[in-house]
Ligand binder design. Structure first.
Ligand code: G1P
Length: 294
């Protein structure tokens, strides 16, 4: 049996250059999908999976993320004065409890593997979840909850990665896994490659930005050399670790939106808005009007 997954790491140090100028002064993780910042959606997913400690690897210009996960007394007083009880209640529900968030800085943009390594002291010696805030998975139960459920059939030293089918034309943008024997809802991973050319991809299953990793990954990352794009790649460290520990893939239920791309971000906004009774009818009217004019 695997130890309980109590801690989740959120790498939020990325520069967000694909969304300039919106991300010049605003962290990309604070861009809203409908009315919740991307990072709030991902923290919600982790809370829904039973995570108790939320570790953010931040960087320069990211201080508002820390502010977002704190109380805002002026706002609370004003809402109270105006009798906005519903807003007050949801603000407090959205907030992880006191002492359950930690923030550390990546200092230099050396890649995802390096960002994860920066969380080593805060994670300590236990398996942990890693959620990339660029990716939103729309499903209930959430992707991480499905992964944690899948660990119940796996041995205590297993690592597990959420994967999804991706068209070959986009495969070079992701990490790709090789598919081995099924194990419950998961399958054993036979190989991994970061951002392969289409011809070199071992399958059409890409790594979706949700991981459950053993703490041994930190020892590997410590020595990891730069890989694709001149960055310290998490995938390369996982390849190394897979020589001594099992890795499994899980094709989760639900649709992933890659909000690191403009189309994925816009699609997520529409999908999440169409799920809201207070927004969907008016939004559909707008969409139909726009489509009729094309
Ligand atoms: C990262 C990972 C990649 C994964 C992707 C998911 O890449 O390195 O394996 O498929 O996230 O979004 P990035 O998007 O940071 O280039």
């Amino acid at each position: 049996m695997m130890k309980t997954i109590r801690k989740a790491v959120f790498p939020v140090a990325g520069l967000g250059t694909r969304f300039l100028p919106a991300t010049k002064a605003l962290p990309k993780e604070m861009l809203p999908v409908v009315d919740r910042p991307l990072i709030q959606h991902v923290v919600d997913e982790a809370r829904g999976a039973g995570i108790e400690h939320f570790i953010f690897v931040t960087g320069r210009n990211k201080a508002v993320i820390e502010d977002h996960f704190d109380r805002q007394f002026e706002l609370e007083v004003t809402l109270k004065e105006r009798g906005k009880r519903g807003d007050l209640r949801s603000l407090s529900q959205d907030l992880p409890g006191p002492g359950t968030t930690s923030f550390t800085r990546q200092q230099l943009p050396l890649g995802l593997g390096h960002a994860v390594w920066c969380a080593r002291e805060l994670v300590g010696n236990e398996p942990f979840a890693l959620l990339l805030p660029d990716v939103l998975v729309k499903h209930n139960p959430g992707c991480l909850a499905q992964m944690i459920a899948a660990t119940r059939n796996l041995d205590g030293r297993a690592n597990i990665i959420a994967v999804e089918e991706t068209p070959l034309s986009r495969i070079h943008m992701y990490g790709v896994v090789g598919v081995g024997k099924p194990k419950g809802k998961a399958f054993s991973i036979t190989g991994m490659v970061e951002k392969p050319a289409r011809e070199a991809a071992p399958s059409n299953l890409t790594i979706t930005g949700r991981y459950i990793l053993q703490p041994d990954i930190f020892d590997v990352l410590e020595k990891q050399e730069t890989g694709a794009g001149g960055e310290i790649q998490l995938t390369d460290a996982m390849i190394q670790l897979s020589k001594s520990q099992p890795f499994y893939g899980l094709k989760f239920d639900g649709r992933a939106y890659d909000c690191g791309s403009k189309i994925g971000f816009l699609a997520a906004n529409i999908a999440y808005a169409l799920d809201r009774d207070d927004i969907a009818p008016a939004l559909l009217d707008e969409i139909n009007t726009l489509l009729a004019k094309r």
